[in-house]
Ligand binder design. Structure first.
Ligand SMILES: Cc1cc2nc3c(=O)[nH]c(=O)nc-3n(C[C@H](O)[C@H](O)[C@H](O)COP(=O)(O)OP(=O)(O)OC[C@H]3O[C@@H](n4cnc5c(N)ncnc54)[C@H](O)[C@@H]3O)c2cc1C
Length: 406
């Protein structure tokens, strides 16, 4: 077993529970480094969304997860953790967390469980290569140059994002050495940089209940409703991370990408115009900047004046129909140009990886090499925020552990 993250811990516990002699090799000094920082240290384990909806959160490769999910899904994970004295709570959006609010409790419980099941955990043990005999894996080479022989090897080394946690993409090299195709890896669930200095001016501002549309070469390609955040370099927050999957691909194809933020998604143009007219009627003697207080967060006021090209001190009764139309347009279509995405170091997950066409979804076994299995983010599967990535890691880990032990 290579890699003591979410997938590897689950796989090791499961394999050992089936009676297989199980050695879990983790290159860091402690297992589950990434797991400990998930969900801002609270670990959003999974989601209570029903299966048909759940599967839609992984883009085109969600189908691959049907089999692992049919064997071990959210309710099974919650029940297992409950048995391990880690009760869970379900929060907004169906997100499931340990009731203690501590990700470390999940790691500790999985390690204890694995050891009780009979696994041996060896930390500080990076795996450097696979031992292959023809089309069969017969073990691994560890850093000391020593060979460890095994009937089966599960690669659960994670992706290439947040490399300080130990997930440095080693699994791609190991898989490629066995002849596997690696779908090019890219950062996913990643913040975006925007042109100009608007984002910097708005740094720290969080917008709730907005719709963001992704415009690729000026055509709408995707949209999401929810919360976003301005940072010193650009934008982040839940809906930006979700939309980043398509944006990264478009940027890599050299296409122009902009974000169109609809600050008033509940109002169509006519309704918004009616609202503006009513507000303006009631506040004719006020300055434009005062009118804006009722329409947008305070930090956005100077940007609104700038982009709608209306002086902040203009008295509301002096605002022309044309200016009102400009304001309305800006409220529905606040544009930011995306210049680039942030690097792997800041990406929550990695898109791309071991081609799922070469892995049997019923067992997680390699279709190319006997005795080789894959689990977790090293596979070409990546999900939205909301507990989807960890559930994929736990389910594929469970199934790989089960299959490798047979
Ligand atoms: C900041 C952050 C927050 C996140 N929050 C959430 C969340 O709340 N909910 C959610 O669903 N997902 C979340 N994710 C994503 C989630 O953590 C990952 O998708 C998940 O951990 C993948 O599990 P894994 O076991 O495949 O890989 P990892 O958890 O990355 O584990 C891989 C392990 O393999 C080890 N390893 C690597 N190479 C070798 C080698 N050569 N030899 C031995 N060991 C090796 C690594 O040290 C590591 O311990 C978050 C990610 C980040 C970065």
């Amino acid at each position: 077993m290579v890699g003591g993250g979410a997938a590897g811990l689950m796989a090791a516990g499961q394999a050992a529970g089936q009676g297989a002699e199980t050695l879990l090799l983790e290159k860091m000094s402690r297992p589950g480094r990434k797991l400990r920082i998930t969900g801002k240290g609270r670990c959003n384990l999974t989601n209570v969304a029903p299966l048909p909806d759940f599967i839609t959160h992984y883009g085109r490769n969600g189908r691959f997860l049907r089999q692992p999910f049919s064997r071990f899904f959210a309710a099974d994970l919650i029940a297992l953790l409950h048995d391990l004295d880690v009760p869970t709570v379900t929060e907004r959006g169906g997100r499931v967390f340990p009731a203690s609010g501590r990700a470390a409790d999940v790691v500790d419980a999985l390690v204890r469980w694995g050891e009780r099941q009979g696994m041996t955990l060896r930390t500080g043990s990076p795996v450097e290569g696979l031992l292959l005999e023809g089309q069969q894996v017969v073990g691994v080479q560890v850093s000391s140059g020593r060979n460890l022989h095994a009937d089966g090897v599960i690669i659960a080394t994670g992706g290439a994002s947040y490399p300080a946690t130990g997930s440095t993409g080693d699994g791609y090299r190991l898989a490629a050495s066995a002849g596997h195709t690696i779908v090019p890896i890219r950062p996913a669930l990643v913040p975006l940089e925007t042109s100009g200095n608007i984002a910097r001016k708005l740094q720290g501002l969080s917008l709730r209940n907005v719709t963001v549309r992704v415009m690729v070469d000026q055509k709408k390609q995707a949209e999401a409703f929810g919360e976003m955040l301005f940072t010193h370099f650009g934008v982040s927050g839940p809906i930006i991370l979700t939309l980043s999957r398509q944006i990264v691909d478009a940027l890599r194809d050299g296409r122009s990408v902009s974000l169109s933020i609809d600050l008033k998604p509940a109002l169509d143009d006519r309704m918004l115009d009616g609202r503006l007219l009513r507000d303006m009627d009631g506040q004719g003697k006020q300055q434009f900047r005062t009118l804006l207080k009722g329409l947008v967060p305070r930090k956005l006021i100077p940007v609104a004046c700038d982009l709608a090209a209306i002086p902040p001190s203009r008295e509301v009764h002096q605002i022309t129909a044309q200016e009102r139309a400009r304001l309305r347009t800006w409220l529905k279509d606040f544009r930011l140009t995306v210049s680039r995405h942030r690097p792997f170091e800041e990406a929550v997950v990695t898109a791309g990886g071991v081609d799922t066409a070469e892995v049997d979804p019923r067992t997680m076994a390699s279709r190319l090499v006997t005795g080789l299995f894959f689990a977790g983010e090293v596979l070409d599967v990546d999900g939205d925020t909301g507990g989807y990535n960890l559930q994929a890691a736990f389910s594929t880990g469970w199934l790989a552990g089960m299959s490798a032990a047979l």
